[in-house]
Design a protein around this ligand. Structure first.
Ligand code: SF4
Length: 250
């Protein structure tokens, strides 16, 4: 697969990722973590601190630091709070992307996080999270189950949440999982902007994200530095080895 080569000097960082583990309590058909289930290792605070200090050398901005996985909420709650405190201490914003299954734990974490992105698949789930709509980024997967009707319902039903988003998912060879032509016809009418290695547009206040065909897909984001539970960092999910991505100063 062709991958975009962008150096830290030339790219505008939008956010950085912390891959907290390769463990998950879900079994999605098109999991974004190709290393899922390969290790029980959980990322350490030391690794995160080291990673953030390297990122800080490249930007003064209060970038968003996104915890993902695997599933971040499988980490002990104390560790998730300690991570949030550490990220804030280093001058970044801290977010988490979760499947929303461990609801009690997520509710306990909300005060410590700037926002929590929760992927939902039903109105009942959306209703459950309404109480915390000022902190929850409510997300719909643009997968094989997405239809125009479902998209429009999501847009209407999630009004009031401070952030709403839809990620269009692709296979590694850039085949769209969503096959509803009406969805794509609608997306074609939007004004897309580039953000690093992906495109985004807004539809009635909902941020929609999609890959750039032939360049990168949703699981390979070369402009998003990632640190992994084993202490390595890299630009993609597909080559989990140390390289000179972060200036060779790791
Ligand atoms: S919730 Fe995320 S990490 Fe877990 S199986 Fe689904 S895509 Fe993979």
């Amino acid at each position: 697969m062709k991958q975009t080569q962008l150096s830290m000097e030339t790219m505008e960082l939008d956010h950085v990722d912390i891959v907290t583990s390769h463990i998950c309590n879900n079994q999605c058909k098109n999991c974004i973590d190709k290393f899922l289930g390969t290790s029980n290792k959980i990322i350490s605070l030391e690794t995160i601190q080291r990673f953030l200090k390297v990122i800080r050398k490249h930007t003064d901005k209060p970038l968003e630091v996104l915890l993902l996985g695997g599933e971040p909420t499988i980490l002990p709650i104390k560790q998730l709070i300690d991570i949030a405190d550490l990220v804030h201490h280093e001058g970044f914003l801290v977010m988490m992307s979760t499947n929303g299954k461990l609801k009690k734990k997520i509710i306990q974490l909300i005060p410590y996080y700037d926002s929590i992105q929760i992927t939902v698949s039903s109105d009942a789930e959306i209703d459950f999270w309404r109480e915390w709509s000022d902190k929850i980024n409510i997300k719909l997967s643009g997968d094989e189950f997405l239809t125009l009707e479902k998209l429009n319902h999501f847009v209407e039903y999630t009004k009031g949440f401070f952030r709403r988003s839809i990620s269009m998912y692709f296979t590694p060879d850039f085949t769209e999982l969503c096959t509803d032509q009406e969805v794509w016809d609608l997306l074609d009418t939007l004004e897309w902007k580039r953000n690093g290695s992906y495109l985004y547009a807004f539809y009635k206040g909902v941020r929609i994200k999609k890959c750039i065909h032939g360049e990168t897909n949703i699981v390979d984001e070369p402009s998003v530095p990632k640190v992994y539970p084993n202490g390595n960092y890299n630009k993609t999910w597909c080559n989990e080895e140390l390289d000179d991505y972060l200036d060779g100063t790791w």
